[in-house]
Ligand binder design. Sequence first.
Ligand SMILES: [Zn+2]
Length: 239
Amino acid sequence: MKPAMIRALVAAALCTAVVAADEKPPSAEMVLRELKAGNDHHVIKRYQHPHQSAARQRELAAGQAPHAIVLSCADSRVTPEIILDQGLGDLFDIRVAGNVASDTELASIEYAASHLHTPVVVIMGHQKCGAVTAAAESGEAAGHLPSLLGLIRPAIERARSRPGDLIDNAVHINVENVVRQIRTSTPVLAPLVDRGALRVVGAVYSLDTGKVEWLPESAPKAIARLEALRQSVQCVRSH
Ligand SMILES: [Zn+2]
């Protein structure tokens, strides 16, 4: 067999492996690209409404493989499937006022990341969040609200020392806090993050424009190594 033919066969085998790996589950990079494209559709109001057919509904009766976990505020204006133009079975939604993570939210994320192998978690805060605003106010809260607001207060305290709008800064800091909390959560999530099987991304949604601001990531070393490997395999594919 000629050397060129051997090289072609090796490249084809590698490509097959990559495609198979990409199909289930997709890479975090691919998922984030799709979510960003979906938000672009929302901003210009040209939705593709993917995965909303009767066939998709029937297909999902056999099981689910959502490609992103979204922990977002319960606010009625911040609906992940609409603002990211996604469909049935695409997003594993966890919604709670102030997009905070107590044990119940962490358990839900652990389930999707470990058992459904979902590769991405998005923590989605939003402009003019009522829960963040309530946490910044000094009045008495009734019922169960104090325990929820207590989870947001650390962000309020840090935001008070920053210039600019208190609530906007606190929304961003609250998202950053929850991102950090999930990345370091033991015993389930932190090991997944460390070996590059789970990527945790912060985001803030604008009620005015419909645009999602994706917060900068400090990528763990494992993610950087995986991306380098992926790029080298892509390089083989293109030859
Ligand atoms: Zn909110």
